[in-house]
Structures are given as C-alpha cells and as structure tokens.
Write a protein that binds this ligand. Structure first.
Ligand code: HEC
Length: 123
C-alpha cells in the first residue's frame, strides 16, 4: 500500500473521510470511531479493529474484497462499509457515493506500508 495525497482533491477527499470517521449521529450517537478507534475492543466475540493504527488499517483494508462465510458471497469494501453504516444506524449510502469513496481513501491511506492480500476469507 502506497497511497499518496498529492493532488488537492485527494487531500480534500481524505479529510472528508477522516471527518466522517469521527462524525457522530443516528439513534445511538455512534461514529466509526466509537467501534474502531480503541485497541482490544470487541462486540460479543468479534474483535473490532482499531482503524487508526497502521496495523489495524492494514489488516482491514488489504483483505477486501472477501468471501464472507456468514453471507455465502464475495463482498467488496463498499459492502463492508454499508454494513457498518447500518450498524451505526446511519442511512444507507447510494452505490458509489462520495462518502464511501472518502472513507475508503481514509482507510487505504492509513494502511500505507502494508501488503495487499485480497481477496480474502471473512466470517
Ligand atoms: C456498532 C459498532 C460499529 C460501528 C459504529 C462501525 N463498525 Fe465497522 N465493524 C463492526 C463490526 C462488528 C465489524 C466486523 C468485525 C469482524 O468481523 O470481526 C466491523 C468491521 C469493519 C471493517 C472490516 C475489518 C476487517 O478486518 O475486515 C471495516 C473496514 C470497518 N468496520 C469500517 C468501519 C467504518 C469506516 C465505520 C464508520 C462508517 C464503521 N466501521 C462503523 C462494528 C462497527
């Protein structure tokens, strides 16, 4: 992973992704950061990656698309983010929406230095 932010548009979209990551709202007042900004946090038995660390972002970003055993389908990062926005009680984003692009760029950049390892298997 070697995502550079040279163009002003790239910087703007990265900043948008970062803002969205910390943006709290919805019925539970959750942000991505509520579930993904602490080490060693989990929901039931599921580990929640800390996506602000290099290690967490690398493990998450480099392994999509993935075959999700629980859904019996190959899913993209976009699907993963849909599912998290649903858990966050946010509205469903439109396919290819700016918010998905911005969050994906934020995660991709945070994963710099990692080795892309997709497609992978997930629960
Ligand atoms: C209510 C808690 C919650 C919120 C809020 C949440 N997520 Fe998640 N997220 C999860 C769970 C649970 C998983 C699945 C973990 C697993 O399968 O081990 C997950 C998985 C992920 C993964 C995949 C990790 C991997 O290793 O494959 C990414 C990327 C991700 N979330 C990003 C986000 C982003 C970006 C947001 C904000 C839009 C967000 N999440 C909001 C609970 C949440």
């Amino acid at each position: 992973m070697n995502v550079e932010l040279n163009h002003p548009e790239e910087k703007r979209v990265y900043a948008l992704g970062q803002k969205m990551f910390f943006y709290r709202g919805g019925a539970y007042d959750f942000a991505c950061a509520t579930c993904h900004a602490v080490d060693g946090q989990r929901i039931r038995l599921q580990e929640l990656p800390n996506l602000l660390t290099k290690q967490g972002a690398q493990a998450a970003y480099t392994t999509w698309p993935a075959y999700r055993v629980s859904q019996g389908e190959v899913r993209s990062m976009q699907h993963r983010l849909y599912d998290c926005l649903r858990q966050q009680r946010f509205p469903e984003p439109a396919y290819g929406s700016d918010v998905i692009t911005a969050l994906s760029l934020f995660l991709a950049r945070n994963a710099n230095g990692g080795t892309y390892d997709g497609p992978a298997m997930k629960r």
